[in-house]
Design a protein around this ligand. Structure first.
Ligand code: AMP
Length: 112
């Protein structure tokens, strides 16, 4: 089932999109947890990491390449940043369209 992210990808609702191509869309999180907080989302709807298939590997790899490009654009590539993907309830996944959080611009607490 579609989420709000599909509407953002299709530009049907507003979001601050910082990057988009045929595979992924990246936009600022509406409730930022760090000075830089961007979500990198595959254009194709994949509900959770559990639903990823071998056919999605290029897209998932591209999400990381795009994250590095955005980190540079945001000026956090040297200071550092964190990439997070939450899966299901114990991880606190709220939107069931996979996404990678890019967090940076401050000292992030250790979680692992
Ligand atoms: P997660 O808990 O990993 O599913 O993260 C979902 C993220 O989506 C949260 O950080 C929300 O703040 C963010 N979010 C929800 N709706 C929007 C929206 N319309 N635009 C931007 N970010 C959103």
């Amino acid at each position: 089932m579609e989420t709000i992210f599909s509407k953002i990808i299709r530009h049907e609702i507003p979001a601050e999109i910082v990057f988009q191509d045929e595979l992924v869309t990246a936009f600022r999180d509406i409730s930022p947890q760090a000075p830089t907080h961007i979500l990198i989302v595959p254009n194709k709807l994949i509900p959770t990491i559990n639903d990823v298939t071998v056919q999605d590997e290029a897209t998932l790899g591209h999400m990381v390449t795009v994250a590095a490009k955005i980190a540079k654009q945001e000026g956090v590539d040297e200071s550092g940043y964190r990439l997070i993907m939450n899966c299901n309830s114990d991880a606190g996944q709220e939107v069931f369209h996979i996404h990678m959080h890019l967090l940076g611009g401050k000292k992030l607490g250790n979680i692992v």
